[in-house]
Design a protein. Structure first.
Length: 159
């Protein structure tokens, strides 16, 4: 069974987001072992300098790297990433299952991800040119992971 890890630099606070995440964890349990890791983003003052932002992103990258399972294909979820269809997303997950048996999705803090970390990732994906709250985006990612497994199995969920 493929291992899917989601590393997010935020904590889910609202009950409805927690409930949605639990629902997708339950649905995904028949397809993969899902692990959601929440990390604390670095605290920054209002209107931080570029140097402070870069230092925070570097520290967050170090924390993220410690949590990535060995041999896992890594996917940076970032605005400058490539937009792909749900079908291509499913192909990527299926390929990861065959290659390493593990895929890790990384959701950065409100300032994104450190460039060095993104360079180390196997793939960069953008879900949209729009900006979404982190908690909502996490649910959107879980839904797309679930949709990918339904596409892989040839189910009717994806039309």
């Amino acid at each position: 069974m493929i291992k899917v890890t989601v590393i997010a630099l935020s904590h889910t606070k609202e009950k409805y987001f927690k409930d949605a995440a639990e629902e997708y964890k339950k649905r995904l349990s028949r397809y993969c072992k899902l692990d959601i890791i929440e990390l604390e983003p670095e605290r920054l003052p209002d209107n931080p300098s570029r140097a402070l932002i870069d230092a925070a992103l570097k520290k967050e990258a170090q924390d993220i790297m410690k949590k990535i399972p060995d041999g896992s294909k890594t996917v940076a979820m970032c605005v400058e990433g490539k937009s792909i269809s749900s079908e291509k997303f499913a192909e990527m997950i299926k390929g990861s299952a065959m290659d390493s048996g593990s895929v890790t999705f990384i959701i950065g803090s409100s300032y994104g991800l450190c460039e060095e970390l993104k360079k180390k990732c196997s793939l960069r994906i953008s879900a949209s040119d729009m900006t979404f709250p982190h908690q909502l985006f996490r649910i959107m990612l879980l839904e797309q992971i679930y949709r990918a497994f339904k596409i892989i199995e040839g189910g009717t969920y994806h039309k």
